[in-house]
Write a protein that binds this ligand. Structure first.
Ligand code: UFG
Length: 328
């Protein structure tokens, strides 16, 4: 199968592309390198430099690779907080770039599509763990942009028989088990890489965003999922698409507080990692934990690395051996 992977030079996209290559798939990465890194692209994948905002460039990639029969769409602006400051960038670019891609995919006869979606669809969950029946209330323009794309996919399925899976990631973490690919965001905003940068000596301390939440130690609870387990979910979802479109929440079903995550980072690195409590970060729900029973039941998805310690160990191995990330 030939698979077009947008954002395949980014954190999750590059690791999914690596897994696809290992499975023997032909991978074409399309990325504008605004957030991704050229050296994150697997050497056996084809790399096409291009921007989804440029419809002509998107058309050209389908014309140049007529064997493409599935698309995995990772390329996106992804920061919740930034999306509140820049709503037009998120509601505009994430949606119109997705539409450019979808229109060209449909025009070129592609009928299989996987969308990276998000736990930010669930700003005020009524039940925890959160399953696919939960009411969708996006927590930000970022979450809304993913929700709009999910709705667009729903209509493309009805009208064109376009088969899609939307995978709503909770907190992606860790690195590829090979140690070759990992997280390198600039600027970095995520808890685990920031905490590990303290252990590397790149920062003095980590700030805990609020300790007055209604949780066991007052800090936010999140469900951290190993990026390689996310990759497996993409591969299973792709293979199941001919059986119909589907929507899955993806996490481990277990929540950890910010303080617990920092403690695991201390244990794994052997570094004291100073932490201080700061104000809450706007837009952070207290608890986000996924139920992934549906994908387990329907596709037999089974996380290989559900343990937070293993997730942090893999992240640490990546950061320790790549203290400046991809270095480009
Ligand atoms: N946190 C801190 N200090 C930091 C950074 C984060 O205390 O320096 C806390 C946050 O407040 C949050 C937790 O650590 O409670 C995790 O924060 P991240 O920034 O690592 O991740 P988020 O939960 O904010 O975001 C993730 C994905 C988003 C997705 C969102 C869904 O990165 O793409 O989950 O809620 F939209």
């Amino acid at each position: 199968m030939s698979i077009l992977v947008t954002g395949g030079a980014g954190y999750i996209g590059s690791i999914v592309a690596e897994e696809l290559v290992k499975e023997g798939e032909h991978v074409i990465v399309f990325d504008n390198l605004s957030c991704g890194h050229r050296s994150a692209v697997h050497p056996e994948a084809v790399f096409v430099y291009g921007d989804l905002a440029d419809r002509q460039a998107v058309r050209q990639v389908f014309e140049a690779y007529p064997t493409i029969d599935a698309v995995m769409h990772f390329a996106s602006y992804t920061l919740v907080g930034e999306s509140i400051e820049k709503p037009f960038q998120y509601l505009g670019c994430n949606v119109t770039n997705g539409l450019n891609l979808l229109q060209e995919a449909v025009a070129h006869g592609v009928r299989r599509f996987i969308l990276s979606s998000t736990a930010n669809l669930f700003d005020q969950p009524e039940r925890t763990p959160i399953d696919e029946e939960e009411r969708i209330i996006p927590g930000s323009p970022y979450g809304e942009s993913k929700h709009i794309l999910e709705r667009i996919l729903h209509w493309l399925d009805r009208i064109y028989g376009f088969r899609y899976a939307t995978l709503r990631y909770f907190n992606a973490a860790g690195a590829s088990p090979t140690g070759e690919r990992g997280e390198d965001h600039r600027p970095e905003t995520h808890l685990i890489p920031l905490t590990l940068q303290v252990a590397l000596g790149r920062r003095d301390k980590v700030t805990i965003f609020g300790d007055d939440y209604p949780t066991r130690d007052g800090t936010c609870v999140r469900d951290y999922i190993h990026v390689a387990d996310l990759a497996q979910a993409h591969i299973l979802a792709l293979r199941a698409l001919d059986g119909g479109s589907r929507v899955y929440n993806l996490g481990n079903g277990q929540g950890f507080t910010v303080k617990e995550v920092i403690e695991v980072c201390r244990e794994v690195t052997g570094h004291p990692i100073p932490a201080e409590v700061g104000p809450r970060r706007p837009g952070d729900p207290a608890v986000l934990v996924a139920s992934s029973e549906k994908i387990r039941r329907e596709l037999g998805w089974q996380p290989r690395y559900p343990d937070l310690r293993t997730i942090v160990e893999h992240a640490w191995e990546w950061h320790r051996t790549h203290p400046y990330g991809y270095g480009d």
